[in-house]
Design a protein around this ligand. Sequence first.
Ligand code: ATP
Length: 312
Amino acid sequence: MIIARDLTKTYGSKVAVDGVSFTVEPGRVTGFLGPNGAGKSTTMRMMIGLDRPTSGTVTVGGRNYADVPAPLRSVGALLEARALHPGRSARNHLRWLAASNGIPAKRVDEVLDLVGLTDVADQRVGRFSLGMGQRLGIAVALLGDPPVVVLDEPVNGLDPEGIRWVRNLARELAGQGRTVLVSSHLMSEMALTADHLIVIGRGRVLADCSMAQFITDHAASYVRVRTPRTAEAAELLVRSGLDVDRHGSGVDVELRVQGLDAAGIGDLVGGAGLHLHELTLVQSSLEDAFMTLTASSVEYAAGPVATAGAAR
Ligand SMILES: Nc1ncnc2c1ncn2[C@@H]1O[C@H](COP(=O)(O)OP(=O)(O)OP(=O)(O)O)[C@@H](O)[C@H]1O
């Protein structure tokens, strides 16, 4: 597992990571989320010894990365584009890494196959597309068959098939009992991939909980009620102590009701003899929950987009 304790990194006066503590457990995919500049990459870099903490510690499998005898066999990482020798082939790049880490050469062909690069293994990596480079980076991460895998934006540059492949791979690695930490900006993808979430904003941990808990805590849900007798239904529901918001107008009018489940609301409205045309539980997405939680910790927020209608 990965354990961070009071981990802090400053660059001059900039506090990139501000006393974060968390544990990344084996056997599940942990999503690492945060707005741009939140400190995700810096934290991941410290995990694998590419940056030194200003204070605090982060250990992988109980050791500091610097003390790990065979790093590629202990933790595999895909971080921002690695320094690849552009003239070297993918196969030779992996062979060189395998030899310098005491990994048998046959593992090179296994990982090439695993990431789908066998057919281009002898091409120079300088000619690789972004997606092929990502696949090669993942091959490097898996070369030492490590128990801990850290992937920073692994789906960056991948097409839909590649994105699905990374999702399945991450889940398979976790299913084998490995510790898997994945960062991504693609919330819809993260919702399908991660079991657990660590969310950071401005260098601090904002949430550390299961995906389901995160959505329950931070995503709004309401029951959409449509009835031809909107005003009467609204009055009845308010009288029953529920929160009721009216949205839209004319035939598109709906009530958004909070405070009772759909069945209870249906019983109330139907019991009063009012016809129901719709009764739907609307749950907001991981993206909505993430935006709600991190709204105040966005470093580079854009203003609202001016539209022609806004001036009217
Ligand atoms: N080498 C560096 N020197 C100075 N500041 C840095 C350095 N590396 C990161 N930072 C700053 O530290 C903060 C955290 O950056 P980091 O790259 O870890 O964030 P991130 O969450 O990975 O962001 P993104 O989602 O944009 O990749 C940012 O404000 C960034 O500008």
